[in-house]
Write a protein that binds this ligand. Structure first.
Ligand code: GRG
Length: 338
C-alpha cells in the first residue's frame, strides 16, 4: 500500500481529510503484533553506537579515498568540504546492513554505500542553495555556497551526483554485472523525476500553500524516502538477494523512509539549531506544511511509531541476531534526536 502511495501522483493543493489518510496508515499498526514488538525489545544485546561508529569510520575512509583530490582545487575542495563534514551516515549504513543481512560480502557494497552518501550530500548542498531552502548552516558548519559561492556549490553537487554513478560502475568488484546494472537503475530512478527531484519540486511549489496529507506524503516519499529505499534495495541487490527478499526490504525501507521525514518534521519544532546542526524551526519560518502542522505532535509521533513497527515486521523471516542491525537502524530513525 505504501508502494501505491509512493507511485501515485497527488492532486496538488487538494486537501485530503485526515480520517482517509489515517485509514491508509491504519493497517500499519495492525500488522505488527504485540509479540513482534516484544521480540524486538527483547532482541539480543546489540551495541548500536559501536556499530554505527564502526560503519561511519569504514565509510569515511572509503569516501576520502574515492573522492577526487586534484585540479581544479576549488571544485574538489567544495565536494570534500560537504561530504567529509560528518553526518550520521544512515544511508550507507543501511546499504551495508542490507547486503550483510542477505548474506552478501559487505566489502562489495562499499562503493554503493559511498555513492548513497555522495548523492545524499549533493541533495543537501542543492537544498541549502538560496534558490531552494536558502540555509546558512548544515552539519554544524556554514553551508557549501556560503564558503564556495553558489556557482561552485551547484557544480560540486553536479560532480558528486555523476561521480556517484561512476564510482559504482567502476569500483564495484565481485558482483555480477546485471546486479550492478539494477543498482544503477534503482539509484537513477530514486533521484530523478520520480524521486528526489520530484519531491523537491512539489515541496518548493507547495510552500505557503494549503497542502493536505496526501500531497505531504508524496513530498516525503519522494524527497526523503526514495533515497533510503534505494540505499536498502541496492545493498540487497549487491548482496545477491532474490526478488521476493528485495521487495520485502523495499517495504521496510519505504516505512523507515517516511518515518525519517516525519521525525525530521518533529525535530524541526522540538530541537535547537545546535542539536540539529542545521537551522531549527525553519519549516515554521517559511510556513511549510509538516506532519506536526497537519496532525499535531502526538499524532505525528504515533504515525512514526506505526511506520517503524511496520518496517520491522518486514524482517520477520530473519533470525534475531542476523537482523539486529536493521532493527536497530529502524529504531534509531524513529527515535533519533538530530
Ligand atoms: C539528487 C538529482 C538530485 C536532486 C536533488 C535538492 C533536492 C533535489 C532534494 C532535496 C532532498 C532533501 C535535502 C531531503 C531532506 C532529507 C533529509 C531529512 C535530510 C537530512 O538527512 P540526515 O538527517 O542528515 O541523515 P545527515 O547530515 O546526518 O546526513
Amino acid at each position: 500500500m505504501i508502494r501505491a502511495m509512493h507511485n501515485r501522483a497527488p492532486t496538488p493543493r487538494t486537501r485530503v481529510s485526515h480520517p482517509r489518510s489515517h485509514r491508509a496508515l491504519a493497517h500499519v499498526s495492525a500488522v505488527a503484533t504485540a509479540g513482534q514488538v516484544a521480540e524486538v525489545h527483547s532482541a539480543p544485546a546489540f551495541d548500536f553506537e559501536m556499530y554505527m561508529r564502526d560503519r561511519a569510520e569504514m565509510v569515511n575512509k572509503a569516501l576520502d579515498a574515492a573522492l577526487p583530490s586534484r585540479y581544479p582545487e576549488v571544485l574538489v575542495d567544495s565536494m570534500r568540504y560537504s561530504v567529509l563534514a560528518g553526518g550520521k551516515r544512515v544511508r550507507p549504513a543501511l546499504t551495508l546492513a542490507a547486503c550483510d543481512l542477505v548474506g552478501g560480502d559487505m566489502a562489495t557494497a562499499l562503493p554503493t554505500a559511498c555513492a548513497m552518501e555522495m548523492i545524499h550530500t549533493m541533495s543537501l548542498i542543492h537544498d541549502d542553495l538560496p534558490a531552494m531552502d536558502n540555509d546558512d548552516f548544515r552539519r554544524g558548519r556554514p553551508t557549501n555556497h556560503k564558503v564556495y559561492g553558489e556557482d561552485i556549490a551547484i557544480l560540486a553537487g553536479d560532480a558528486l551526483l555523476s561521480f556517484a554513478f561512476e564510482h559504482i560502475a567502476r569500483d564495484t568488484k565481485g558482483v555480477p554485472a546485471d546486479a550492478v546494472l539494477k543498482v544503477i537503475m534503482e539509484l537513477g530512478r530514486a533521484v530523478g523525476a520520480q524521486g528526489l527531484s520530484a519531491g523537491q519540486a512539489v515541496d518548493i511549489k507547495s510552500e505557503g500553500q494549503e497542502v493536505g496529507l496526501e500531497v505531504l506524503e508524496y513530498i516525503h516519499h519522494h524527497k526523503t524516502a526514495a533515497l533510503l529505499e534505494a540505499a536498502v534495495v541496492c545493498g540487497a541487490l549487491v548482496g545477491g538477494a532474490d526478488t521476493a527478499t528485495v521487495e520485502k526490504l523495499r517495504k521496510y525501507a519505504l516505512n523507515i523512509g517516511l518515518a525519517f521525514q516525519v521525525i525530521d518534521d518533529i525535530l524541526d519544532v522540538t530541537q535547537t539549531t545546535e542539536t540539529l546542526g542545521k537551522t531549527a524551526a525553519k519549516d515554521l519560518a517559511v510556513n511549510k506544511t509538516t506532519y506536526p502542522k497537519l496532525l499535531g505532535l502526538e499524532a505525528s509521533r504515533k504515525v512514526a511509531d506505526d511506520l517503524i513497527r511496520e518496517a520491522i515486521a518486514q524482517l520477520d523471516e530473519f533470525e534475531p541476531a542476523r537482523k539486529a542491525p536493521m532493527v536497530a537502524l529502524a529504531h534509531f530513525i524513529g527515535y533519533r534526536k538530530n
